[in-house]
Design a binder for this molecule. Sequence first.
Ligand code: FAD
Ligand code: FES
Length: 280
Amino acid sequence: MPTPILHKESLIPGKTSKLVLHAPHIAQKAHPGHFVMLRMSPTGERIPLTIADTDAANGTITIVYLVLGKSTALLETLKEGDAIPDVCGPLGHPTHIEKRGTVICVGGGTGIAAMHHIAKGHSRAGNRVVGIIGARGKDLLLFEKELSSFADELLISTDDGSYGHKGLVTDLLRDRLEKDKTVFEVVAVGPVPMMAAVADTTRPFGVKTTVSLNPIMVDGIGMCGACRVSVGGKTKFACVDGPEFDGHEVDFPELRRRLSAYRDQERISFDSYNGCAHGN
Ligand SMILES: Cc1cc2nc3c(=O)[nH]c(=O)nc-3n(C[C@H](O)[C@H](O)[C@H](O)COP(=O)(O)OP(=O)(O)OC[C@H]3O[C@@H](n4cnc5c(N)ncnc54)[C@H](O)[C@@H]3O)c2cc1C
Ligand code: FES
């Protein structure tokens, strides 16, 4: 169903944008951890994007995307007042949230936006939220203001040291776990290498670690098998069994291999789109 864009904001010019969509049916049912599948044309591919926020009273959902290839480049061409032709959701299982104490929520890159929704859910449930966010540099950090408005603490790292701790989110995480024995769970959303590194960091501490996986999805409703991941030696489908799983059980090398399986085709598709878009 065509879904109007009420508000568009460029978070990192040309790279990352935030859209507020009028989607009352989705907004009413969506919880942290859910995602939507959207399609830019009747013959185009469907792509999954996490719901980064909801406002049930105003009937809106927020999505944040990184422009990577053809579908996200097409999405980036839309403006306020335009409509996305096809948005389906909420999909997947919502995050399991209960009041238990201190939770550390780690976000990297565009994953910070998705992590923000999960962290907000934990805060609303009465948990003490420690946010840890990281990016290559200060200008690539997202959602700092939004997270600061409810997180009990927000720790920041940048690879180049332009803001906060110079280094990785896992440095801050390890340091916090060494000092704080009350943490009941660590949640991580971001690039696959970051989520794998978070799971490696928490393993010796024995702290439950939840990661939100982003395999290639085609239908998003459990029919095609594209989103197959291995968790604890068992096959799972991220769209219907996840997208959140126990980070200590995920086969991350397999996920990385499967994510890059169509890289040549994706490049050809993007090059051809760019050629047409620029009249070549
Ligand atoms: C549950 C879930 C939630 C996600 N949430 C977000 C989000 O909130 N913001 C965001 O920027 N990205 C998110 N992603 C990733 C996003 O779906 C891909 O970046 C997008 O599909 C890329 O499409 P493209 O045509 O622009 O790029 P392409 O050139 O087609 O692909 C670029 C890379 O994106 C991945 N990818 C490609 N097609 C898909 C697909 N159909 N499904 C999943 N990954 C794909 C592959 O690793 C590929 O190499 C999420 C993925 C999943 C599975
Ligand atoms: S995307 Fe098709 S089974 Fe999950």
